[in-house]
Design a protein around this ligand. Structure first.
Ligand SMILES: [Zn+2]
Length: 149
């Protein structure tokens, strides 16, 4: 196990409710099985401050952040931030033919991550995902997609 501080930003699932503080255990029935992101480390590293996924009205008493003992958690990824994959971006073009540049466009918009006004492939529409590895990929879009995920 790595040092607790380095786990901030990790994704975690609440597996159990044996070691956590009484206030957390009181809502065990609801909390076990929930997923969230580690946003802090408490009590000299013995507890994780977990921010649960979802909307505030879903949580017991509207509380989104809970202190949970590490032994009650399954920390399953070290990727910080939300589960947002680059596949969420659609392929958009500026220019045409061999000069066309590939931009990363959010579904429902017509602007690349770099701000360029893009248009879809005429024969595929917005159905193609943006690939940061494509030869014609806009460098700014590629960079933004990589750092955002
Ligand atoms: Zn771009």
């Amino acid at each position: 196990m790595s040092a607790p501080a380095s786990r901030v930003g990790c994704r975690a699932k609440i597996m159990d409710m044996l070691h956590s503080p009484a206030r957390t255990r009181a809502s065990a029935e609801w909390l076990v099985g929930q997923r969230g992101t580690v946003v802090g480390v408490l009590r000299s590293g013995t507890l994780a401050l977990l921010e649960l996924d979802g909307e505030p009205h879903m949580f017991p008493c509207g509380v989104r952040r809970w202190s949970v003992h590490w032994d009650d958690l399954l920390v399953y990824t070290v990727q910080p931030g939300p589960d947002d994959s680059p596949d969420d971006y659609r392929l958009g073009l500026t220019g045409s033919g061999r000069e066309a540049v590939h931009h990363a466009v959010r579904p429902g918009t017509v602007f690349g991550a770099c701000g360029a006004l893009a248009h879809p492939l005429p024969f595929c529409g917005w159905s193609l995902p943006f690939k940061a590895t494509a030869v014609k990929a806009c460098p700014e879009c590629s960079h933004l997609v990589r750092t955002a995920s």
